[in-house]
Design a binder for this molecule. Structure first.
Ligand SMILES: NC(=O)c1ccc[n+]([C@@H]2O[C@H](COP(=O)([O-])OP(=O)(O)OC[C@H]3O[C@@H](n4cnc5c(N)ncnc54)[C@H](OP(=O)(O)O)[C@@H]3O)[C@@H](O)[C@H]2O)c1
Length: 320
């Protein structure tokens, strides 16, 4: 079949209302694997784009769930276009810096348009970067840069904004300090913060991918909690009294970020320590707080609370 004939098949397919085909980039990643699972639960066909050197274990797990595996060279737009043919939506869950978020996603977008895929979900999954000043958060600047490219393309786009993955509160984000029963913060303890588990974000993304009417932005938060709320929840779940540990104003955190950037630049890393600190700074500033949440858009989704996540951690700690 020629590409033109394939394209005709794609257009006919998109007008019909059978099972949907979702092209999933970054399918081998932590979020991507979850998205694949939720799409398959919803009876979609999942075409998982993987690389030659992607983890064999992750590919096997995707195949076992029922995903179709398509090895691609992300530098080759013709190959990507072939991989996108017949798709109802391209979902990206890739992670990286400029070469991934801007350059790779641009080629994927070009391929999606060429293949006649009507919808595209970029790998955003973050706080509301549109409200942050340009130049303030490196990783989110890259999303803003890709947003401009995406909004010029003849394709319908939906970005999922979910705040911080709640899961990070059990380790990676040094906010709840379980060893010393403290909740560390800068600025105001009353600032509302958006948290959504990775699983809820994946389930919502899967629902949005299958919804031809999803809007340009979908904002979700499994729970909106302040630093004070986190202290109360940590105390309740652990049975130990947690106290607040104020480390200074947001200005102090800014200085710490500058110093960390200077002495430990980690420029090639996607998440060097200063990037995490910047993310926290932005959340504590209140600027990228999500307004008008779309949690009820897909009412079948049950939201996981901060309490549930912390309780699971305590349970696992007890088992180990
Ligand atoms: N809101 C939050 O708190 C939060 C926290 C963490 C992540 N996120 C976001 O969630 C999204 C997914 O993150 P994740 O944690 O699932 O990432 P991950 O586990 O590191 O997975 C990254 C995926 O991207 C693919 N990838 C990376 N570099 C690539 C390249 N050069 N070419 C092609 N594919 C490449 C990987 O493929 P291979 O298997 O082939 O390497 C993998 O499938 C990202 O947008 C990330 O920023 C949000």
């Amino acid at each position: 079949m020629t590409v033109r004939e394939d394209l005709k098949t794609t257009l006919n397919h998109n007008l019909s209302s059978g099972p949907k085909t979702i092209i999933l980039a970054g399918a081998t990643g932590a979020l991507g694997q979850l998205i694949a699972g939720y799409l398959l639960q919803r009876k979609a066909t999942v075409r998982a784009l993987v690389r030659k050197n992607s983890s064999a274990t992750a590919i096997e797990a995707l195949r076992a769930k029922g995903a179709e595996i398509r090895e691609v060279d992300y530098k080759n737009v013709v190959e990507l276009t072939e991989a996108c043919l017949g798709g109802d939506c391209v979902v990206s869950a890739v992670s990286g810096l400029r070469e991934v978020i801007v350059e790779l996603q641009s080629r994927l977008l070009q391929a999606a348009v060429a293949a006649g895929v009507p919808r595209f979900i970029p790998s955003d999954y973050c706080i509301d970067f549109t409200k942050l000043p340009a130049g303030s958060n490196r990783n989110l600047d890259l999303r803003r840069e890709f947003q401009i490219i995406l909004d010029k393309a003849p394709i319908k786009a939906t970005s999922i904004l979910n705040g911080m993955f709640t899961d990070l509160l059990t380790g990676q984000a040094p906010v709840i300090l379980f060893k010393i029963n403290r909740v560390l913060y800068w600025g105001k303890a009353s600032q509302p913060l958006d948290f959504t588990t990775m699983a809820n974000t994946a389930e919502f993304t899967a629902a949005a991918a299958l919804d031809p009417n999803s809007p340009r932005f979908l904002k979700i938060a499994g729970e909106v909690a302040s630093i004070r709320d986190l202290r109360n929840t940590a105390s309740e779940v652990t049975g130990h009294k947690f106290r607040l540990l104020w480390a200074g104003s947001l200005g102090v955190l800014k200085t710490m970020i500058t110093l960390t950037k200077t002495f430990s630049p980690g420029t090639d890393e996607v998440f060097p320590p200063w990037q995490g600190m910047q993310y926290l700074y932005d959340m504590l500033s209140g600027l990228p707080k999500l307004d008008q949440l779309d949690n009820n858009c897909y009412p079948e989704i049950k939201w996981t609370s901060v309490k549930d996540v912390l309780a699971e951690k305590i349970k696992l700690d007890k088992l180990n």
